[in-house]
Ligand binder design. Structure first.
Ligand code: NDP
Length: 246
């Protein structure tokens, strides 16, 4: 018996990194899982196989989060194919950094499209499917609350906007028994931010625990929030950063 038996989840950006770990972990807890990807069909197929390895149904959908119509269609396809939708995980993300005088408005738009507009569109599309006990879990960043080096204005702003959206969603959806939370990873070993990358040593030194997160550290928190234990957590953000922001 898993904590998510009989539930159906959709994870955006589930083909690699944190999203892949979340999709696989939710399946291990008993959920059938759909995931979106934008380019890495091969990696999406690996995650589908991992979900099926847990005896669960899986579905991979190509859907660019920058295209709100594609996002809405993916939500509907996931619910139609897997029969229902209980958990929406807004994970797809991109990283852009640079000093503000070199950072373009187009870069800012790209960040907002994937980190804010796509989330809004996915929630709107998911609401007709989500019932009492529904969960919206959005992946933010510790940088929303502490831009700890230069060059992060655009990225931090886009992840901070997610916090405001999350608070508003909690107020709108609380009466319907649907929760909305943000999970804020710190530096996590993925293609976006490898543990042997340029910035890694400084991040590890600044953390309280002295290591990078791995994607499973983040997925464990998402699984907790998606299950019965998450029922009274809404409108808030859970920072999973090994004490980097402490
Ligand atoms: P990765 O770059 O490793 O993976 C990104 C995932 O998102 C892939 O599955 C990718 O699909 C998908 N994706 C990217 N752009 C789009 C798009 N336009 N439409 C649909 N899917 C898209 O990133 P991480 O796993 O590291 O990051 C996951 C989330 O966690 C992001 O929101 C990120 O901002 C956040 N985060 C990450 C941290 C880190 O240190 N890694 C720290 C804090 C927050 P495809 O495989 O097809 O390219």
């Amino acid at each position: 018996m898993g904590t998510l038996d009989g539930r159906v989840a959709l994870v955006t950006g589930g083909s690699r990194g944190i999203g892949a770990a979340i999709a696989t972990r939710l399946a291990a807890e008993g959920a059938d899982v759909a995931l979106t990807y934008v380019s890495r069909e091969d990696r999406a197929a690996e995650v589908v196989a991992a979900i099926e390895g847990h005896g669960r149904k899986a579905l991979a959908i190509r859907a660019d989060s920058a295209d709100t119509a594609a996002v809405a269609a993916a939500v509907d396809q996931a619910a139609a194919t897997l029969g229902r939708l209980d958990v929406l995980v807004n994970n797809a993300g991109i990283f852009r950094a640079g000093p503000v005088d070199e950072f373009s408005v187009e870069d800012l738009d790209d960040l907002y499209a994937v980190h804010v507009r796509a989330v809004f569109a996915a929630v709107r599309a998911a609401l007709p499917h989500l019932g009492e006990g529904g969960r919206i879990i959005s992946i933010g960043s510790n940088l929303a609350e502490r831009a700890n080096r230069p060059g992060l204005a655009g990225y931090a702003a886009s992840k901070a906007a997610l916090l405001g959206l999350n608070r508003g969603l909690a107020r709108d959806l609380g009466p319907r028994g649907i929760t909305s939370v943000v999970v804020q990873p710190g530096p996590t070993d993925t293609d976006m931010n490898p543990a042997d990358g340029q910035r890694a040593a400084a991040s590890i030194a600044a953390s309280a625990v002295g290591r990078y997160a791995n994607a499973d550290d983040i997925a464990a928190t998402v699984a907790h929030l998606a299950g019965p234990a998450g029922r009274f957590i809404t409108g808030s953000a859970v920072t999973v950063d090994g004490g980097l922001n402490a």
